[in-house]
Design a protein around this ligand. Structure first.
Ligand code: G1P
Ligand code: ZN
Length: 552
């Protein structure tokens, strides 16, 4: 079928700067004429080697997903791509997109998602480009896309009909082939190659192990049902809220103690299941729960690292590990015992990509419910849950006991994150400016802390800058750090994924080696540091806020 290509004149929008994870805006902003088209054209203008190449397109199924995909397909055809691989119904979870990009050796992929943010006409939408390694575009590329978006004068689009996204198979448009693929099959095959499905299946089918997975009305439902229920034989009903909805049922598809209420209520009830887990809107985050027990994401990645040899895919050991800077140092303790390197990167999955590609690390994680490995180049919710299921099937112990034993061996890093959401951009900037000025003179910070009667002295303070060990690129202003002599830390940064105003994130951590103090309450243990963190940053004085809106 031959097809007409139109070159449509356009003018730049000046706000298309990708953040921590692609371009994220209110849905209506994305729906303005030319907004999506400009950004997609900016991506195509920036990519070398696209003539005849393969491109993956898929999204988390939120409102506007299907329409956006049709536009992207038309633009990909008009820009000379040779093959466009799309998930059926327009679905591809973020980790599955990464898997498909790698498996079919494509130029990359366009993933439509605003992750854990709510969806709907008045909520959020997002678009990110993942490169040929399957990972989020590195900063040089996102910066180049931003520059291109500011210079854009026209975009190219074909006048073809909508593709039937619900039917598997190939369609030809002009010189391009559009392949609608099963969004689960390739990903499930990859999971089968890493985990002991026999052992996990036996545990799930035994009737003595209760498991509940909350898909939060998001896309992971289709993956979870296929893998946990159909393939591994967990009883039907193990997956709750498993049908993907365009507005996630009006909820925040964010797997934490606040938003995954139904799951938390089940796990904390008197006769709850042994193991609970949830994932987010696009399937890359995870939360792990035991019976009446919450595993922090920082502990989860450390425990997976310590037990990695129990999982067939990691039987030969780990090359190294990495965590984002605000993530607790629990992982560092494991790495040091294993005698492997532990890298500290800025927030955002894109910084792990080079380390994974270079074979310097096998596992990595973030405090924000993100855990992953070198099997793809994104964090991966279902994979993390399978890690735990595999460990549980091998160790035959309750989640809580595994974690307690871990703390006894490595010490416990008490950890919390306090988010001050929806403060004005000006106040957010003012707080960071104030902090930046303070940490420029460590002596002053030390004196201040002493004056406040702080329990432990300051070891160092700075504005975190990262030099990528692989390509030596430098990323500055990645968060303010106060590091204390006992290993405690207070960290501040502004969120890069919000769509309105600013969110100030304050991360607080304290390592405790003494067994007798490890069972204490987190907020109580950290109370002194929490109070210091607020006063030091002048949060109330500048923003008027006395309490955070979310505590994780
Ligand atoms: C947040 C998390 C970060 C994660 C990102 C994408 O970014 O803090 O760890 O990689 O979402 O899921 P932030 O809003 O803090 O910039
Ligand atoms: Zn996500």
């Amino acid at each position: 079928m031959s097809v007409n290509i139109r070159e449509v004149a356009t003018t730049p929008f000046n706000d298309q700067k990708p953040g921590t994870s692609g371009l994220r805006k209110k849905t209506r902003q994305f729906q303005q004429p030319g907004y999506l088209e400009n950004f997609v054209q900016a991506i195509f203008n920036t990519l070398p080697g696209k003539a005849g190449a393969k491109l993956v397109v898929g999204g988390d199924g939120r409102y506007f997903n299907r329409e956006a995909i049709q536009t992207i397909i038309r633009m990909a055809v008009a820009n000379g791509l040779g093959e466009i691989i799309v998930g059926q119904h327009g679905f591809l979870s973020t980790p599955a997109a990464s898997c498909v990009i790698r498996k079919y050796q494509t130029l990359g992929g366009i993933v439509l998602s605003a992750s854990h943010n709510p969806g709907g006409p008045d909520e959020d939408f997002g678009l990110k480009f993942n490169a040929a390694n399957g990972g989020p575009a590195p900063e040089q590329l996102t910066n180049a896309i931003y520059v291109a978006s500011k210079e854009i004068e026209s975009y190219r689009i074909s006048e073809s009909e909508d593709i039937d996204l619900d039917t598997l198979g190939d369609v030809h448009i002009g010189n391009a082939r559009v392949r609608v693929i099963d969004p689960v099959a390739d990903y499930a095959e990859l999971m089968r190659s890493i985990f002991d499905f026999g052992k996990i299946g036996a545990m799930l089918k035994s009737g003595d192990f209760g498991f509940c997975f909350d898909a939060m009305w998001a896309i992971t439902g289709i993956y979870a049902k296929a893998i946990f229920e159909e393939e591994l034989g967990a009883p039907r009903g193990t997956v709750i809220n498993g049908e993907p909805l365009t507005d996630f049922g009006g909820h925040h598809p964010d797997p934490n103690l606040v938003h995954a209420k139904e799951l938390v209520a089940k796990l904390f009830s008197d006769d709850g299941p042994d193991f609970g887990a949830a994932s987010d809107g696009d399937g890359d985050r995870n939360m792990i729960l035991g019976r009446q027990f919450y595993v922090t994401p920082s502990d989860s990645v450390a425990i997976i690292a310590a037990n990695a040899r129990l999982i067939p895919g990691y039987r030969d050991g780990l090359r190294g590990v990495a965590r984002s800077m605000p993530t607790s140092a629990a992982l560092d303790a494991v790495a040091s015992k294993l005698g492997i390197p532990c890298f500290e990167t800025p927030t955002g999955w894109k910084f792990f990509g080079n380390l994974l590609d270079a074979g310097r690390i096998t596992l990595c994680g973030e405090e924000s419910f993100g855990t992953g490995s070198d099997h793809v180049r994104e964090k991966d919710g279902i994979w993390a849950v399978l890690c735990w299921l595999n460990m549980l099937a091998e160790r035959q112990q309750p989640v809580e006991d595994i974690v307690h034993e871990h703390w006894l061996t490595y010490g416990r890093n008490f950890y919390t994150r306090h988010d001050f959401e929806g403060i004005s951009s000006e106040d957010g900037a003012a707080i960071m400016e104030h902090l930046r000025t303070l940490v420029a003179s460590p002596k002053q910070v030390s004196d201040w802390l002493e004056n406040e009667g702080a329990e432990t002295g300051l070891a160092s303070c700075d504005d975190f800058a990262y030099t990528d060990p692989v390509d030596e690129s430098i990323s500055e202003n990645q968060g303010i750090r106060l590091q204390f002599s006992d290993g405690s830390r207070i960290i501040y940064r502004l969120s890069g994924t919000g769509t309105v105003g600013a969110t100030l994130r304050v991360y607080i951590e304290k390592p405790v080696k003494e067994a007798g103090r490890q069972q204490a309450d987190t907020q109580e243990t950290l109370a002194e540091l929490i109070a210091l963190s607020r006063k030091f940053a002048r949060i109330e004085e500048i923003s008027g806020r006395t309490e955070p809106s979310v505590i994780t």
